[in-house]
Design a protein around this ligand. Structure first.
Ligand SMILES: Nc1ncnc2c1ncn2[C@@H]1O[C@H](COP(=O)(O)OP(=O)(O)OP(=O)(O)O)[C@@H](O)[C@H]1O
Ligand SMILES: Cc1ncc(CO)c(N)n1
Length: 264
């Protein structure tokens, strides 16, 4: 059985973070293991609080799983602090973790901050250069290349500037753009590829970013190349948003259960 690892934060509400990642991996038939970096008190309305794990415990979790299991891909989500990013980068190198998907999570759908400001430089310098693919949303893309959030920048320009940070591929997600379609742009330094779906008219997009990045990691683990992995993941997220999970009173999560039975 193919195995994938998520290194991310826990969402008590079950919609994003580790919980979304493991549900996604399961839907693709990939065995998912997890290294938890932080525990959030969270629901569909927002993040009510969080605490990070000690560096020692993050380090130990990484050693536990990397010395025993056999991962064909991994993803990172909420890493919270500079110190956690450093420990993750060190272990990725030490164990030569392949097919690393870095989702540079900074802010939750609700607007709550999930990454310390000073950690942005660390993620750029230490983790992104080790990634096969990075998956920033529009705002994360602008922050990573030092642009103002309010600035209008094309997906092409964002992707080409981000590519200079050293990952093999960049996928800029256009979920937060307005318009009829939800367009994501993949760039490998040579070719731009657009992945387009009809925008679903919903506020229930909690966990979309986590789901997309863990779907990409799952498909890389299954042996698909990056272009095909992104294509399959975009299809998955679109259908999971359409199906939705009416579980809370805020921004509800996407639906993985429908996907387990209906994908392909
Ligand atoms: N309303 C929508 N309809 C269809 N696809 C969408 C919609 N919103 C987001 N997506 C898709 O979902 C994926 C995640 O994109 P998004 O830009 O929302 O990421 P994110 O901001 O990191 O997510 P999160 O809100 O979980 O942090 C992308 O493939 C994007 O195109
Ligand atoms: C734990 C966690 N990771 C990532 C996100 C991004 O949506 C979130 N809301 N919560």
């Amino acid at each position: 059985m193919k195995q994938a690892l998520t290194i991310a934060g826990s969402d008590s509400g079950g919609g994003a973070g580790i919980q979304a990642d493991l549900k996604t991996m399961t839907a693709f038939g990939v065995y998912g293991a997890s290294v938890i970096t932080a525990v959030t008190a969270q629901n569909t309305l927002g993040v009510q609080g969080f605490e990070t794990m000690s560096i020692d415990l993050v380090d130990k979790q990484l050693d536990s799983v990397l010395s025993d299991l056999n991962f064909s891909a991994a993803k990172t989500g909420m890493l919270a602090t500079s110190q956690i990013i450093k420990v993750v980068a060190k272990k990725v190198k030490e164990y030569q973790l392949e097919n690393l998907v870095v989702d540079p999570v900074m802010v939750a759908t609700s607007g709550d901050i999930l990454l310390a400001k000073e950690a942005i430089a660390t993620i750029k310098e230490e983790l992104i250069p080790l990634a096969k693919v990075i998956t920033p949303n529009l705002n994360e893309a602008k922050v990573l290349i030092g642009r103002d959030i309010a600035e209008e920048v094309s997906l092409e320009l964002l992707a080409s500037e981000l590519h200079k940070l050293g990952s093999e591929y960049v996928l800029v997600k256009g979920g937060h753009q307005v318009g009829e379609n939800a367009i994501d742009l993949l760039y490998d330094g040579v070719e731009f590829i657009e992945y387009t779906s009809k925008r679903v008219d919903t506020k229930d997009t909690h966990g979309t970013g986590c789901t997309l990045s863990s779907a990409i990691a799952s498909n890389l683990a299954l042996g698909y190349d990056v272009k095909e992995a992104v294509k399959r993941s975009k299809k998955y997220i679109t259908e999971a948003i359409k199906a939705g999970c009416n579980v809370g009173n805020g921004n509800n999560p996407v639906n993985h259960f429908a996907m387990v039975y209906s994908f392909e």
